[in-house]
Design a protein around this ligand. Structure first.
Ligand code: FAD
Ligand code: A2P
Length: 390
């Protein structure tokens, strides 16, 4: 049995033990706490080291970041091109039989010049020639369709002693050729001439082409281009806006539509309306005029021909008459045609005419309560707005 005094004495005897235990716990905790703080301290610099790392990473990643940037267009390209690739897909499918790049710059075809004559009348400005090449010896055969271009590699070398680069020219003949035998190609070439420091500079390839003689051999590449192809539909309407040599593809279209022997060959019975807006500096500069007048006489219901002779006619503001001024004059009729989904518009010639045409189309559209900036991409997407300017 325990007495009260024994219990108290026993309790007192435990006090040092309890104190010792408390002391032990305290010191152990303190040590751990210190270690934790130390660890935390040593970890901080690590954390700091990560930060510079991050900077380095961001530096080393910079190209990575840029990569997505540069890749962004890549990845975006398919995205933005998605509708485009879809469109070409349709076009490709539609025009799968259209030949391209049968001859490339490394192995061009050497065609023989058949004829080379001036298309201009007395008093005209500059030099514009119609040039025909023989294709019959080409193997593989250099075939093409209306609206395509070929490349010409002028003889000689450039200032660096390298062979001249090719220049593109719109094909001015139908696939059957000017003689309807199907083995020639024709071009309509203006000699480039401009003044620099009081000197007349002649364009390399255009001068070469205007100077070549029947029998000469010329390096030809192509054909290329699917932008300016005619629709297959015989009841399509074709609006053509041309300045100068921009008439080249239009000449091929019009021959396909209206030239009797060509029609017999192509069996394409054009039933739509063709409307040519033609810009030339002077009457003497109008190209293929006799043929066009003949088509007008023979096809009054299917062909309309509107000229803008810039240095002989004036627009309403007293300035030079350009095709865009004619477009404005005909706004109502033109937009009635454009509203018909069978209508295609082709623009070819001077690059400089594009803003003017756009402005005229904008005004003309407004008169019909239409918005050209919305309409044009729609026409383009539908494959009805075709542009080849240079
Ligand atoms: P270059 O010797 O190559 O000289 C041209 C260079 O001269 C220019 O790049 C520019 O640097 C300079 N230059 C030009 N004008 C001036 C100036 N006023 N002042 C200062 N420097 C100037 N042409 C046709 O004649 N008919 C066509 O059917 C035709 N179709 C084409 C189709 C397509 C798809 C393209 C892209 C072009 C077409 N061209 C056409 C233009 C043709 O390809 C040549 O660009 C043109 O004949 C001039 O070539 P060049 O070798 O004579 O001139
Ligand atoms: P101009 O030269 O009188 O200013 P070519 O190729 O035979 O010279 O013909 C081109 C035709 O296009 C010319 O009548 C020329 O007029 C005209 N032209 C020039 N600049 C423009 C333009 N910005 N918009 C429309 N037509 C133009």
């Amino acid at each position: 049995m325990y007495s009260q005094a024994k219990v108290i004495a026993g309790g007192l005897a435990h006090i040092p033990v309890v104190i010792a235990v408390f002391y032990f716990i305290l010191t152990t905790f303190n040590k751990r706490a210190l270690k934790f703080v130390e660890e935390a301290k040593t970890k901080k610099p690590e954390a700091k080291a990560v930060e510079p790392k991050k900077v380095t990473v961001s530096k080393t990643e910079a190209p990575k970041k840029e990569a997505p940037k540069t890749e962004a267009p890549k990845t975006e390209a398919p995205k933005t091109e998605a509708p485009k690739t879809e469109a070409p897909k349709v076009v490709k499918k539609k025009h799968a039989d259209v030949p391209v790049n049968i001859y490339r710059p490394k192995t061009p075809y050497e065609g023989t010049v058949i004829e080379n004559y001036s298309l201009l009348k007395e008093g005209a400005i500059g030099r514009v020639n119609h040039i025909t090449f023989d294709l019959k010896d080409s193997d593989p055969f250099l075939n093409y369709v209306e609206g395509q271009s070929i490349g010409i590699m002028p003889a000689g070398e450039d200032a660096n002693g390298k062979p001249h680069k090719l220049r593109l020219y719109s094909i001015a003949s139908t696939r059957h050729g000017d003689d309807f035998n199907g083995n020639t190609v024709s071009l309509c070439v203006r000699q480039l001439q401009y003044e620099k420091d009081g000197e007349t500079i002649n364009g390399v390839c255009s001068t070469y082409l205007c100077d070549i003689k029947p029998g000469d051999k010329v390096k030809i590449t192509g054909p290329v281009g699917k932008e300016m192809l005619l629709p297959d539909e015989e009841d399509a309407n074709i609006v053509m806006l041309a300045t100068g040599t921009g008439i080249a593809p239009m000449r091929a279209y019009l021959r396909r539509m209206f030239e009797p022997t060509e029609k017999e060959k192509n069996k394409w019975n054009f039933k739509g309306k063709a409307w040519l807006f033609m810009g030339a500096p002077k009457s003497a500069n109008l190209l293929y005029e006799e043929d066009l007048q003949r088509y007008l006489t023979d096809n009054p219901d299917n062909f309309k021909y509107t000229k803008a002779i810039s240095r002989e006619q004036q627009n309403t503001k007293g300035g030079r008459m350009y095709i865009q001024d004619r477009v404005l004059e005909s706004a109502n009729e033109l937009f009635n045609m454009i509203e018909d989904e069978k209508t295609h518009i082709y623009l070819c010639g001077l690059k400089g005419m594009e803003p003017g045409i756009d402005e005229a189309m904008t005004k003309a559209a407004e008169e019909k309560g239409l918005n050209w900036s919305e309409l044009r991409p729609q026409l383009k997407k539908a494959g009805r707005w075709h542009v080849e300017t240079y």
